[in-house]
Design a protein around this ligand. Structure first.
Ligand code: SF4
Length: 178
């Protein structure tokens, strides 16, 4: 499937806000993992978050085995943080379905790094071996050590540190294709 056909597939899935990025321009950095380890309430509590993911060096190596990725942009303002999973879950599941369609189209390396921690279930498992839905579980880009700020700014997408919940979030998922 060429890029034009892939882009049609993205749009047919309802994803029209996307850009391409060269895999070499996806920045992977150790400080991202440090922020997961210190300052994030999900560390050690989710099957697709650190430490249930490869090391940062392994993540960098894995991403370097690709040529390109589609970056999907989601802008959303939520009234309260508790609404986050209800908003992100259906989008996450649609992205996983898109990954499968891209895979079935012959892009056998296609893999999704999501815009949020896997929200497939109401509650998550702290041990990946106990994941309740391993066929759809995918890590977030941040869990894979991606510096999302630097990476998406390099292709002209907006992202800022948010100071309050009344500010709109700009979230990004990466679909590594080949
Ligand atoms: S599928 Fe469920 S248990 Fe597995 S990582 Fe996702 S939310 Fe957690």
């Amino acid at each position: 499937m060429d890029k034009i056909a892939l882009e049609k597939l993205f749009r047919d899935h309802g994803f029209s806000d996307f850009k391409w990025i060269e895999a070499k321009d996806i920045v992977v950095a150790q400080w991202v993992r440090f922020r997961c380890m210190f300052g994030c309430p999900h560390y050690g509590k989710r099957a697709t978050c650190p430490p249930n993911v490869p090391s940062v060096d392994e993540c960098r190596q894995m991403i370097s085995e690709y040529r390109q990725a589609a970056v999907f942009h989601f802008e959303k303002k939520l009234d309260k943080p508790e609404d986050r999973n209800a908003w992100s879950r259906p989008i996450f599941l649609k992205l996983v379905d898109l990954e499968r369609k891209v895979f079935l189209a012959g892009h056998y390396k296609a893999v999704l790094l999501s815009f949020a921690a896997c929200g497939s279930c109401e509650t998550c498992e702290p041990d990946r071996r106990n994941c309740r839905n391993p066929m759809v579980a995918r890590p977030s880009a941040e869990a894979m050590g991606i510096d999302v700020y630097t990476s998406v700014r390099s292709i002209g997408y907006p992202i800022e540190v948010l100071k309050n919940y009344d500010e709109a979030m700009n979230r990004y998922a990466f679909l590594l294709i080949e």
